[in-house]
Ligand binder design. Sequence first.
Ligand code: A3P
Length: 287
Amino acid sequence: MPVHYVMYKGIKFPPAYNSVHSLSFAHNEFLVRDDDIFNITYPKSGTVWMTEILSLIRSHGHPSWNQTVLNSDRMPWFSTHLGLEAALSYPSPRLLTCHLPRHIFPKSFSHSTAKVIYTLQDPRDVVVSYFYFCKMCNSYEDPVSFEQFLRDFLNGELPHGSWFEHVRGWMEMKDRENFFFITYEELKQDLQGSMRRLCHFLGQNLDDNAISSVVQNASFTAMRQNPMCSSILLPADIMDQTKGQFLRKGICGDWKNHFTVAQSETFNRIYLEKMQGLDMAFPWDRD
Ligand code: A3P
């Protein structure tokens, strides 16, 4: 069955939960509160991982909230119909999630002190994870081939738009006090240290035991065992669990098992072109 994407400002969005109205409301009318905390990512960059982390920090490391309430209810996707309802009714301080690029993020954010946590990952691993995700998620078109999918990724034609524009748009905020960015690679390499930096940014004082509990409960193994974040409870017409696992591999560098030498060369050329002038070094730039 062909998927009819929702188009908003020239970007495709999956139809299951989005509409032009929900996206336009998020962009133009959604009122950001000064104590909101946003978990923002391009798809497949560590969104649900950060959701677990932020919910656990909110609970001072106690896992019961994470283990009893669905991740999408803990941190609503406010640009979707369902998430918007939840976000509007939640008491402050709210934890909110989205994949919105900066230029269609709520306008009211510009005048607020709300905090943004932006997680990004090696785009080569993002595209591999996205490829498998699209195969199992029915509100995305089934990829024809990895070759074509990679081409669409590089041309910014996948749902949620261009990775390059997403990263460039959000990274313009990198020096702002209310903006914190972290890479998936840093989380993998040192989750404990990453937690300390994140807690500092959030003004949360967690003791060593609480930090250890966050680290333990946000591990790939713990998350796979937790139905509240593993996506196992999503309806079959949304996520076909027979076609894969949402928490698929959870590793860095899986792109090396998928890219041909030619694909890797094309990728590097386009990456350098599109990231020109950003003046930032990411962990994957060494690779
Ligand atoms: P893979 O498909 O490479 O396994 P998102 O939440 O943005 O959709 O990102 C999903 C990716 O993050 C998946 O990557 C998933 O396995 C990975 N992920 C989620 N939780 C993780 C964790 N605790 N540790 C490592 N990777 C995790």
